[in-house]
Design a protein around this ligand. Structure first.
Ligand SMILES: [Zn+2]
Length: 76
């Protein structure tokens, strides 16, 4: 049986994997805590789409604690 904590982590992980929108001006925000994230990997443009991976730096955020990478998508 899943504990509430596990459920929260699963939801946070799902949000990170499904991706957030990246904008050149604001970057990408953590889907869990809403803070700006640090870019870890930037992939080359694939057509009109560019994928990046980020880390959250908020020590109270489960995505940061678990070091789950957050996917972001930039579209032309
Ligand atoms: Zn966060």
């Amino acid at each position: 049986m899943a504990s509430p904590t596990m459920t929260v982590l699963a939801q946070a992980q799902m949000a990170a994997m499904s991706g957030v929108t990246y904008t050149p001006r604001y970057g990408a925000c953590c889907p869990w805590c809403g803070r700006r994230t640090k870019i870890s990997t930037t992939l080359p443009w694939d057509g009109d789409v560019r994928i990046r991976y980020h880390y959250c730096k908020n020590k109270r955020c489960p995505l940061a604690v678990m070091r789950i990478s957050i996917k972001s998508v930039e579209v032309v």
